[in-house]
Design a protein around this ligand. Structure first.
Ligand code: SAH
Ligand code: SF4
Ligand code: F3S
Length: 446
């Protein structure tokens, strides 16, 4: 590759889960520290980081077409870095197939992006898909994010090896970041303007560490201590696995006001045979029991889940069982996907791969049921008065958008600033959002 000048502007494009969004923010912070500015909206950047996701569908092909599109009209192109889970899974191949790419960096190695950039400017191509885990966080600059909601990765990786999933291969083994680093990062985020922090992990409920008193604590202990951070109004966490939910976390939902009444707990399927084939260590019964415990601790908790339809071998009758779980739970919201064979995962070579048309039909039925329940949940919220954190301006002057404690989008009018916590009455429900009427501003006494 030809040497080039140091880029003046960057753009990070993140796909996939919230952890990838977090990683994208951290990469942006590193580049900003180097004096590289974010490219203004609508302008081409000198450096583009494609922060990719490998979870479903033709992820790799999408990367190649994105790379192709970065070619500018005059035949030049920006410096291109491919990061994220496709980089981890297919780094070598990307380097071989896409000469336009000068950097390939995995999710555990992106703290080395600035060094790779120095090389790229010299005309050298570099790949780094090492997995030194914790080392990454220590090497990253301090958080400077402003904005009322922030992500904080507390746990990374996955040891669960669900038979359909690439995450254990792209993100490596489960690790927990140290307690003190997390408390420090949370404080920094609050100083930078965050009022709500969402603790992230591929299996966030598997987080564990030693607190400042030398005691071993789980996620509930961390949440309890973060709730003491002045200026932090709300705490959320995602994504949990049914295998790691403990009594302390359930109890925390009943005891900690700052912990929002929302739980995203994927079930994936409603048949015990399918769950076993998926290597999900829960049954339908154990999953439903767990949700009951959360509802007992926090009766208004909003429940969310993930579903896969058309896992290899799933019969019509087994799919019907998934619908039964939906009926039994009454989710406030949920994500549902068609099974997508992932290279290198056990399910990809299992017998009984399901035809696309069958998956389409199942997904439609499932989503109709989930939409029905989401609408019903929103409708049942009408008349409630709740706090909403103002996240951004709406389309019309004087209109604002924020989230209710139950993670519903709420529109309302008034004279506010982003980051205000306001009390609104929910007055009208749509399928995806609610209208609110202002009651009062809530002074932050947190
Ligand atoms: N760690 C989390 C989330 C993992 S990825 C968890 O275990 O719940 C997010 C969701 O993507 C999963 O919950 C699953 O529903 C879906 N998913 C993962 N692999 C998939 C695949 N091969 N095909 C379709 N959906 C998949
Ligand atoms: Fe994937 Fe399962 Fe791990 Fe979630 S728990 S990341 S679905 S392997
Ligand atoms: Fe995608 Fe990787 Fe997240 S595969 S969902 S970006 S962990």
């Amino acid at each position: 590759m030809k040497p080039t000048t140091t880029p003046r502007t960057y753009r990070v494009k993140s796909f996939g889960c919230q952890m990838n969004v977090y990683d994208g923010e951290r990469m942006a912070e590193m580049l900003a520290e180097r004096g590289i500015a974010p490219a203004p909206e609508g302008e081409e950047a000198d450096l583009v980081v494609l922060n990719t996701c490998h979870i479903r569908e033709k992820a790799a092909e999408k990367v190649y077409s994105d790379i192709g599109r970065l070619q500018k009209a005059d035949g030049t192109k920006p410096l291109i870095a491919v990061a994220g889970c496709v980089a981890q899974a297919e780094g070598e191949e990307i380097m071989a197939r896409a000469p336009a790419v000068s950097m390939v960096v995995g999710p555990q190695a992106y703290h080395r992006l600035p060094e790779m950039l120095d090389k790229a400017v010299q005309g050298e191509r570099a790949t780094d898909t090492d997995m030194p885990a914790i080392a990454k966080f220590a090497a990253l600059p301090e958080r400077k994010k402003i904005g009322p909601t922030a992500f904080l990765t507390v746990q990374e990786g996955c040891d669960k090896f669900c038979t359909y999933c690439v995450v254990p291969y792209t993100r490596g083994a489960e690790i927990s970041r140290p307690y003190s680093d997390l408390v420090t990062e949370a404080r920094k985020l609050v100083e930078a303007g965050a009022k709500e922090i969402t603790l992230l992990g591929q299996n966030v409920s598997a987080w564990g560490g030693e607190n400042d008193k030398g005691q071993h604590v789980g996620l509930a202990g961390l949440i309890r201590d973060l709730a003491e951070v002045d200026g932090l109004a709300r705490i959320r966490y995602t994504t949990s696995h049914p295998a790691d939910m403990d009594d302390a976390l359930i109890a925390a939902h009943g005891e900690i006001d700052k912990l929002m009444p929302f739980l995203h707990l994927p079930v994936q399927a409603g048949s015990d045979r399918v769950l076993k084939a998926m290597n999900r260590s829960h049954t339908v019964e154990s999953y439903l029991k767990l949700l009951e415990h959360f509802r007992t601790a926090r009766p208004d908790i909003a429940l969310s889940g993930d579903f896969i339809v058309g896992f290899p071998g799933e019969t019509d009758a087994e799919f019907e069982e998934t619908l039964k779980v939906v009926d039994a739970v009454g989710y406030a919201q949920a994500f549902s996907f068609k099974y997508s064979p992932r290279p290198g995962t056990p399910a990809a070579t299992m017998d009984g791969q399901i035809a696309k048309e069958v998956m389409d039909e199942r997904l439609q039925r499932l989503q109709a049921a989930l939409n029905r329940d989401q609408h019903a949940f929103n409708a049942a919220s009408v008349g409630k008065t709740c706090q909403v954190l103002v996240e951004r301006k709406g389309k019309h002057p004087g209109q604002w958008l924020g989230k209710s404690p139950w993670l519903q989008s709420v529109w309302f009018e008034g004279d506010f600033a982003i980051g205000d916590l306001v009390e609104v009455e929910l007055v009208e429900a749509g399928p995806n959002s609610l209208a609110g009427a202002l009651r009062q501003m809530v002074a932050l006494t947190v």
